[in-house]
Design a protein around this ligand. Structure first.
Ligand SMILES: [Zn+2]
Length: 241
């Protein structure tokens, strides 16, 4: 289906679902309900107008209130989500650059394990749901740390199991275990992050804060905007290379 036809169908569906029960903060649409969405087609998950899922809406709201510096920021966005891209390109003070290794419609084609980018090139890096699929994720995190300016941030949403003591890696799992953990992404996913993941980030040098959407936002907003997901706020400290 071509892009124009997709957009037209989306506009019609969004119009049919107009209402007051739920609000999408990304596109400011109000609906009777959201569409089923996500890999497992969760009920009431996807905005019919902009396509945002629970984690996208949570990130958008978080970013609105995140105290980014006033001065111009160089921003690098890995695997940019379609619902954000247009808005981010208009964002005041941002020089916004998108990247992906496999998708064509991006500004830069970069391998996250070996970034062809100078040290301290970006003030803000966004990288959501990418790391679990990267074979050498620690190497990728070291690279992200390297290209950030001191005082800069990596904002990163990842699936995170706070009840799992130690991160599980695909290389250590049987095919049956991978299917159990990741379903149809069993051949794609490399890591299932557990309680030791924050320490991995700290060992690289980041100062981190974990934001769990379901408890970070008021419960009435969690319900009205349908919010979910774990965000790792990773700061590269000042005064370090
Ligand atoms: Zn929306």
């Amino acid at each position: 289906m071509n892009v124009a036809l997709k957009k037209m169908i989306r506009r019609i569906v969004a119009q049919l679902l107009r209402g007051h029960a739920y609000h999408c903060p990304v596109c400011d649409g109000r609906f009777r309900k959201f569409l089923p969405g996500g890999a497992n087609k969760r009920a009431n998950a996807q905005c019919p107008a902009c396509g945002s899922l629970e984690r996208h809406r949570a990130f958008w709201l978080f970013l609105q209130n995140f105290p980014l510096p006033e001065q111009p920021l160089r921003v690098l966005h890995f695997a940019p989500e379609a619902c954000f891209e247009e808005a981010f390109r208009r964002w005041k003070n941002w020089t916004y650059v998108t990247t992906d290794l496999y998708v064509q419609e991006v500004d830069l084609k970069l391998d996250i394990e070996k970034l062809d980018v100078d040290n301290a090139s970006y003030d803000l890096v966004m990288c959501h749901h990418v790391l679990p699929e990267v074979r050498n994720d620690v190497r990728a995190l070291e690279e992200l740390y390297r290209i950030l300016t001191p005082g800069g941030y990596l904002l990163m949403q990842n699936p995170y199991d706070a009840h799992l003591l130690v991160t599980r890696h695909a290389a250590d799992l049987s095919l049956a275990e991978r299917h159990h953990l990741w379903g149809k992404y069993a051949d794609q996913y490399q890591h299932h992050y557990g309680k030791d993941f924050p320490e991995t980030l700290e060992n690289i040098g980041f100062e981190i804060r974990i934001v769990q959407a379901e408890t970070h936002f008021p419960s009435v907003l969690v319900q009205y905007n349908r919010l979910a997901g774990t965000l790792f706020v990773c700061k590269k400290p000042f005064g370090l290379a």
